[in-house]
Structures are given as C-alpha cells and as structure tokens.
Design a protein around this ligand. Structure first.
Ligand SMILES: Nc1nc2c(ncn2[C@@H]2O[C@H](COP(=O)(O)OP(=O)(O)O)[C@@H](O)[C@H]2O)c(=O)[nH]1
Ligand SMILES: [Mg+2]
Length: 190
C-alpha cells in the first residue's frame, strides 16, 4: 500500500474532542524537536505537518488522515525544559486521556534522537505504552547527523538500554533530511 492522500482532519487542544475513528490509528510520540513533524512530512511525501526550530510549540494533538483509512496522530512533544508545571500536567492529562479513549489505536511510534541516550521523558512514554499494552516501535531520528558506523553503534546502545528496561520493540533508523529508512518505515506502518 502507498500513500495516496493525506489531510489534516482535526487539531485537538482539549480532552475528548477527537474525530470519529477510522479503521486504524497510529500515534507518533517524542520529545519536542526530535523531528516528528519532519518525519510525518517525509512519510506523507509533502509538507503537511508544521515544522519548527523553536521547541515546545505544539500543544495540540493533530489527526492526519492517510488514504481516508488510517489516522497518523501527531502527539504534543514532551520533555521541553522550559515548560511550566501546569503545562506539563496539561500535556500529561491530554496524552493519558488520548491513550484511554482510542480503541483503534494499534501502534505508537516513539521517536528518539539517535545521538542521545533515552531521557526520562522517553522512558515515561515507554512505561505508559507498556501500561496500556499498546504495541510500539522505536524510530531513531536525524541519522544523517552520524556516520553509518556511528549509527550502528548508537542503535546498539539504545537497544541495550531498551533491553535493560525489559522492552524489545522493533527499531528503525531514519533521516528526514536524507530520506534514509523512510520507505522501510512506511511499509511497516501501512
Ligand atoms: N539533520 C536533521 N535535522 C532534522 C531532521 N528532522 C528534523 N530535523 C530538524 O530538527 C528540528 C525540529 O524538527 P521538527 O520536525 O519540527 O521536530 P518536532 O518538534 O519533533 O516536530 C528542525 O530544525 C528540523 O529541521 C533530520 O532527519 N535530520
Ligand atoms: Mg512538530
């Protein structure tokens, strides 16, 4: 299957305002600035999701319809250092409500910058998806920032971290800039 059509169906700022479900739903989670919007645009084959070099901007859940059949859901970025306590609480409530509300949610794609070890906010997300028993995969972003050799070493070290947390998700290495790994990921998602 290929991406034939994409559209922004709804932007949600508060709990419960979700659009009617499609047959399947895949959510994308990751720290602010990890490259989530860029990855979505690479998967869509067009610039539909807003990208920004200013972290901490997205406070909403964006529902993108793919082929009028699957939602790709852009969850608000986490781990933004300058976020206030109340912003963090609001973010947490929104994500938890989302996970608890969406029966069709079949996969969470957790994005992690390939250059860094897992951060507390990443581990929190892994704990949530485990708690809600939602299948998940890891996508290591910005691979172009490392050489091929460094990519292999970084992937191995993140897999070791995952193993030490007792989780063994499939891991994909991508670059939105170089279009590395995009086709493979798309095949796995569709
Ligand atoms: N080198 C490189 N930079 C990237 C890549 N993906 C995103 N970026 C940059 O990282 C920043 C944040 O990207 P964005 O997609 O808006 O991240 P989001 O906050 O997770 O949605 C922007 O400056 C992007 O240009 C990538 O694959 N390689
Ligand atoms: Mg974004």
């Amino acid at each position: 299957m290929t991406v034939k059509s994409t559209e922004l169906v709804r932007t949600v700022f508060s709990k419960g305002e979700y659009p009617p479900p499609l047959r399947r739903e895949i959510a994308f989670a990751g720290r602010s600035n990890v490259g989530k919007s860029s990855l979505l645009n690479s998967l869509f084959g067009r610039k539909l999701a807003k990208t920004s070099s200013t972290p901490g901007k997205t406070r909403s859940i964006n529902f993108y319809g793919v082929n009028r059949e699957i939602y790709f859901v852009d969850l608000p970025g986490y781990g933004y250092a300058k976020a206030s306590m109340s912003e963090r609480e609001k973010w947490k409530k929104l994500i938890i409500d989302y996970f608890e509300s969406r029966e069709e949610l079949s996969l969470v794609v957790v994005l992690v910058d390939i250059r860094h070890p897992l951060q507390p906010a990443d581990i929190q997300m892994l704990e949530w998806v485990t708690y809600y028993t939602i299948p998940f995969i890891l996508v290591l972003t910005k691979a172009d920032k490392l050489s091929r050799n460094q990519q292999i070493i970084a992937e191995k070290s993140i897999k070791d971290e995952l193993a030490s947390l007792g989780v063994y998700p499939p891991v994909f290495v991508v670059s939105a800039v170089k279009k590395q790994g995009i086709e493979e990921l798309l095949i796995a998602l569709l």
